[in-house]
Design a binder for this molecule. Structure first.
Ligand SMILES: Nc1ncnc2c1ncn2[C@@H]1O[C@H](COP(=O)(O)OP(=O)(O)OP(=O)(O)O)[C@@H](O)[C@H]1O
Ligand SMILES: [Mg+2]
Length: 356
């Protein structure tokens, strides 16, 4: 491990009271110093380590533990290479990863790597996947904030929990993921709660500002237009993940076809045209349905026949745009839909319970 990384892990282990991590980091430092014939320093480090008590004091872990309750920790699996991203998005994500990987060089010049990203776009086009992919590329933990555990029933409690969450997050390099970020800070109908909510939001933004650059904060929203300027300002990278173009969808389908045991019997681009304007998640669901049906047929039916049948069924499915059009008597674009959406969280399709 590089000397700077070792120093960092020692400090972090000390700050969190993680004795096991502290011991292994210091032992690595001792070994490194010995390999350089710095025996006096190695001996002093060893003696300092021997003086560390075996059991940590209860108080030092309790804060971190409580912070842990408001975070879902997962091992990132999604790889960025497996995603089909608009060119500017792919380019900027690559830049961020390089800045993080070569942070030592930037810091030597008094600069920090970028570490605050806002992802926006309609459901199912890769917001969560990109956040996870960044964690995978950086080989760090993926922390998803759990709003349900964060929101306290008593005034003031939410800020205390938020403070603990951030205390915990800053103990390790990680990606800290805030999903449905627009649900935070949206004022509720109850006017007496408004002041309290404003305090929570400004506290949250302040905490995000103060995070060290080895914590990569990723916020995702389906409704970027609902975020206020104070929120936008925080994010150094603002990336749009729109629905795929026909070409992007065809590229995605091509990759799916490659994993199939039989030819699809149709050009990916033609299929993309037949599926229409859909998200990557829907395209994936379509492809998986074809595969499921093929598996269940025990290879008695050709995959291309099953695919043709599924395309016909696909045309009959109920889509959100259809139901909106039926209600309003016309076909509305998604931009019109979002403009017409109520400014309170009541009646929103998702995340109504997550408003802080
Ligand atoms: N750009 C993409 N390229 C390839 N596959 C994608 C892409 N976007 C989404 N997918 C597929 O769709 C699945 C769902 O996507 P994801 O959960 O990242 O969407 P999301 O934007 O976070 O949606 P939501 O707003 O509903 O949270 C992913 O697991 C992945 O398999
Ligand atoms: Mg998501």
């Amino acid at each position: 491990m590089a000397r700077s990384d070792l120093l960092l892990s020692i400090v972090r282990a000390g700050a969190t009271g993680d004795r096991a991590a502290l011991r292994s980091s210091v032992e690595a430092a001792v070994a490194e110093e010995r390999s350089k014939n710095h025996h006096t320093l190695a001996d002093r480090l060893q003696r300092a380590l021997n003086a560390v008590a075996v059991t940590p004091p209860a108080a030092s872990t309790s804060t971190a533990q409580t912070g842990k309750d408001t975070i879902l920790e997962t091992e990132p699996r999604q790889r960025l290479e497996d995603l089909i991203l608009p060119l500017p998005v792919a380019q900027q994500v690559r830049q961020l990863i390089e800045e993080q990987h070569r942070a030592d060089l930037l810091r030597a010049h008094g600069m920090q790597p970028r570490h605050r990203i806002l992802l926006s776009g309609p459901p199912g086009n890769g917001k969560t996947s990109v956040a996870e992919g960044i964690a995978e590329a950086l080989a760090v933990q993926f922390f998803t904030v759990r709003y349900d555990a964060l929101v306290g029933s008593f005034l003031g409690e939410t800020n205390t929990r938020l403070a603990r969450l951030f205390d915990y997050a800053r103990t390790v390099p990680c990606v800290l993921f805030f999903d449905e970020f627009d649900s935070i800070g949206k004022e509720r109908g109850d006017s007496h709660e408004t002041g309290e909510i404003k305090r929570v939001v400004s506290f949250l933004l302040m905490q995000i500002d103060q995070l060290p650059s080895y914590v990569v904060t990723v916020a995702a929203t389906n409704h970027a237009e609902l975020l206020d300027r104070a929120v936008w300002r925080r994010f150094q990278l603002r990336l749009a993940l729109p629905k795929p173009t026909r070409e992007a969808l065809a590229a995605f389908l091509d990759r799916q076809f490659d994993t199939w045991p039989e030819p699809a019997g149709i050009e990916a681009k033609t299929l993309a045209g037949k599926l229409g304007s859909i998200s990557f998640a829907e395209a994936l669901e379509f492809c998986q349905t074809v595969r499921r049906q093929h598996i269940l047929s025990l290879a008695n039916r050709a995959l291309k026949d099953i695919l043709r049948e599924q395309v016909e069924l696909w045309a009959t499915r109920v889509a959100p745009e259809n139901t909106d059009a039926t209600r309003s008597g016309k076909t509305s674009s998604s931009a019109e839909q979002s403009k017409g959406r109520s400014s309170t969280s009541v009646g929103r399709r998702r995340g109504t319970s997550k408003t802080v």
